[in-house]
Design a binder for this molecule. Structure first.
Ligand code: OGA
Ligand code: MN
Length: 295
């Protein structure tokens, strides 16, 4: 079977048609999906009426799943699969999260540009987000192509940042919104991890800027100077020409490569409307500092 790909943006992102993911793809189809991911970095599969088990099976067919989630209030999780991330505003009893619920405050961090699990020693490879219930307006997800952003940097800046090492933590990203309310256990779980600032993406043979709002330091740099540079890079990398905005329909499944893109949630009226999205996430092979950097 050969899938059809329709580009959604001049640089990256494509819609895939001709597949029903209720049947778990075999190795040949998975290879095609990996090749399309290497080229496009974001793939949109429309009208995929999957349940949790089918979504998990699709993820597992593409590679090893992440085993832990970066969440607060881990005892209040709604979904039956431990490895599935609940990207919703819905509580255990099916009601909308209260205005001052800690989980809601924490989840607002998704509105900052980030790469999933960059705060883990071995970060995420692909994320697969499935729309079960979408609000009538708002709640888009935006993606930015970090390979194109790298290519567009002046050579002098490329040389300057090429070997930099950053430190990432959920505490840094949430701190930007003023969220500081952690248990001692969460503080230990969210301790900063080092990552390369520039990565090599083997599937496309291109470099990417490995940016994320989880960054709070550049190793060896004074914090304000580091964060001014990170902010400058974030602004560069999220210029509109690098961004694809996805407007969700129910049953969309969007797969993105966290090694070569950033993303952010856009606001919606979450006191009024439910938004039920569920994410299965593939783990990368190793910490970025242990991954090969092309010559
Ligand atoms: C995610 C995420 C954005 C959104 O699932 O990792 O950041 O729009 N989601 O819900
Ligand atoms: Mn995310």
């Amino acid at each position: 079977m050969t899938v059809q790909l329709t580009p959604l943006h001049p640089l990256f992102a494509a819609e895939v048609s001709g597949i029903d993911l209720r049947q778990t793809p075999g190795p040949a189809l998975c290879d095609e999906i990996h090749r399309a991911m290497d080229r496009y970095a974001v793939l949109v599969f429309r009208d995929q009426q999957l349940d949790d088990d089918q979504q998990m099976a699709f993820g597992s067919a593409l590679g090893p799943l992440e085993q832990t989630r970066g969440v607060v209030d881990v005892h209040k999780q709604r979904l039956k699969h431990q490895q599935m991330a609940d990207i919703s505003n819905i509580d255990l009893d099916g009601k909308l999260l209260g205005a001052d619920d800690r989980r809601r405050m924490f989840n607002l961090g998704n509105q900052l540009w980030h790469s999933d699990s960059s705060f883990k020693a071995t970060p995420a490879k692909y994320s697969m987000l499935h729309a079960r219930v979408v609000p009538p307006e708002g709640g888009d997800t935006e993606f930015a192509d970090m390979r194109a952003a790298w290519d567009a940097l002046p050579a002098k800046m490329q040389a300057k940042i090429r070997d930099m090492v950053t430190e990432h933590s959920l505490i840094f990203s949430r701190g930007q919104l003023g969220f500081t309310d952690y248990t001692e256990q969460e503080r230990r779980d969210f301790a900063p991890v080092p990552q390369r600032l520039v990565r090599w993406h083997p599937g496309s043979q291109r470099h990417s800027i490995y940016l994320s709002s989880h960054i709070g330091r550049i190793v060896g740099w004074p914090v304000p100077e580091a964060m001014a540079l990170i902010r400058q890079l974030l602004e560069h990398a999220t210029q509109r020409q690098f961004v694809y905005a996805h407007h969700w329909r129910q049953w969309d499944l969007v797969v993105w490569d966290n090694r070569s893109t950033m993303h952010r949630a856009r606001p919606y009226e979450d006191h009024t409307y439910p938004r039920d999205m569920r994410r299965v996430t593939l783990t990368d092979v190793a910490p970025t500092l242990e991954q090969q950097m092309a010559a």
